[in-house]
Design a protein. Sequence first.
Length: 230
Amino acid sequence: MRVDQFVSQATGMPRSEAVKVIRWGQVLVDGVKITKTSTHIDPTAEVLLDDETIVLPGDIYLMLHKPVGVVSATEDVEHQTVMDLIDHPHRHTLHVVGRLDKDTTGLLLITNDGDWSHRITAPKSHVPKTYLATLAWALTEEGAEQLRAGVQLHGEKGLTKPAEVEILPDQQARMTISEGKYHQVKRMFAAVGNRVETLHRERIGGVVLDGELPPGEWRELTSVEREALP
């Protein structure tokens, strides 16, 4: 990889700052001063910045309990983002796996492993996701059966894939889907004449949101949780 990319990722400094410290002769790679920013180096090389060893972050896998009102983006000039909630030394290397709407809460995965996030979000992976919805009206058994069979969404040609649906008290319902269409859960309930008032994601694949994790907080995935995803 390029030495300026290495320095930026290892330290968290913007690429423009990494370029400066390299050109100023502050970086040694395996004992050799490197001043050309486009120089390619082995990621396992010994790299010193001002005589201090710097290393690339390893693979990072986090779960976040997304609160309402926060957008699932790395940067946003108008709104607080989920990345603003991540106090991690290598936050600059992280990205959100998929997304949740601004008004949707619950489980969100964050990583620096692009291949891993692609396997989870790729349509062909069909990773199931479970949501708890509070509805405007109690879901009828007829409506639940329609959702289990697949429904026609506005603007879509075919039916949705069959969903798992559980009718709950207090105008709530739990739904598991294996697709990722735009606003899919809300649109599916709308297709059977209902409206989602609040939506909370409980599970992605085999990973369940930690019940002891408050909204806005995050933690690393355990090895067991990692193995429960593609």
